[in-house]
Design a protein around this ligand. Structure first.
Ligand code: NDP
Length: 307
């Protein structure tokens, strides 16, 4: 039997609607709408698309967004000054500095400068500490939204064996802590992990956050497992595509007509036959991340809310 598709887009729409309703309730009481400041440095095309999508999501929810664009040559001092002014501005609830920053800028120190109360990416050590303690706080958007979806789908986590491939600060590590918080038995795998296929085969919940197209093969997946594919990879190589998208004629067609196609870290066409449920790419975790950002911005304004 083919796996159930975990429709991230549909779930994200539900989250956006939930935020929209809360924002409408807040403003109907005469309070101002939550406000997100987005800082974009330089003209990286992918970053511009991400920022545009975030601003669009804000308009769907009623959250106000303020874009701050600096040119690619902006100095560390100029970026710091902007972050300081946003920290001090009471009309701003959330600050998002779009990554990557130009090479000459120390991104870590910029992220550290953002007030933890406005850190909607959940990357400040203060918020990371709260997560480690299992306390309420601003958490990275992607894993938060994935958890929201897994809970909504009634995925059993207590006592489940979870494997997270990837140990980044923004996805892998927080994902692992959130699964642990739900009482899963969690293993974090990375580039030095031995026998990764064998480890994956033990996972009731498998999260792939690697950034390598089609690395996880169908044979690595435990029958009935819940598979969350975080990876977003652009493939232009027809030989690679023929190998990792063998059972996905639509994607191969897209590659032929457009010269590129998006895929995840998991071989979706193979995984469909083994997994119990799986997120597609695109349309899985991507839309969830932006919905998570909306929830975080609302939470930054009103930390007493339970979403
Ligand atoms: P990073 O590059 O920061 O981390 C990748 C992780 O994968 C590292 O921990 C690395 O291990 C591990 N890894 C790399 N190669 C292997 C391998 N051969 N075997 C096992 N582990 C390996 O990436 P991110 O966490 O930022 O992102 C991961 C993917 O998710 C990317 O495709 C990114 O585009 C996507 N993404 C998608 C989002 C969405 O909204 N859907 C949001 C954020 C990210 P090591 O630490 O040992 O180097």
């Amino acid at each position: 039997m083919a796996a159930e598709i975990l429709d991230g887009k549909k779930h994200a729409d539900g989250m956006i609607e939930e935020v929209r309703a809360r924002v409408a309730e807040i403003t109907s009481r005469g309070k101002r709408a939550p406000a997100l400041a987005v800082v974009l440095v330089g003209d990286d095309p992918a970053s511009q698309v991400y920022v545009r999508n975030k601003v669009t999501a804000c308009s769907r929810t009623g959250i106000s967004s303020i874009e701050h664009r600096l040119n690619a040559g902006a100095t560390q001092g100029e970026i710091n000054t902007l972050v300081d002014s946003l920290n001090a501005d009471d009309s701003v609830d959330g600050i998002l500095v779009q990554l990557p920053l130009p090479r000459h800028v120390d991104a870590k120190s910029v992220l550290l400068r953002i007030s933890p109360a406005k850190d909607v990416d959940g990357l400040h050590p203060y918020n990371q500490g709260l997560l480690l303690q299992g306390a309420k706080g601003l958490r990275p958007c992607t894993p938060s939204a994935v958890m929201h979806m897994l809970k909504a789908h009634g995925v059993p986590m207590k006592g489940a064996r979870a494997v997270v491939i990837g140990r980044s600060e923004i996805v892998g590590k927080p994902m692992a802590f959130m699964l642990l918080e739900e009482h899963a038995t969690v293993t974090i795998a990375h580039s030095r992990t031995q026998d990764l296929p064998g480890l994956c085969r033990q996972a009731d919940i498998l999260v792939a956050a690697i950034g390598r197209p089609g690395m996880v093969e169908g044979s690595w997946i435990k029958p009935g497992a819940v598979v969350v594919d975080v990876g977003i990879n652009e493939v232009t190589d027809e030989l690679l595509a023929a190998k990792i998208m063998a059972n996905e004629p639509k994607k191969l067609e897209t590659l032929k007509t457009k010269g590129r196609v998006l895929c995840g870290d998991v071989r979706f066409g193979e995984a469909l036959h083994t997994a119990g449920s799986i997120t597609p790419v695109p349309g899985g975790v991507g839309p969830l991340t932006i919905a998570g950002l909306m929830m975080n911005t609302l939470f930054a304004q009103t930390p007493s809310l339970t979403l």
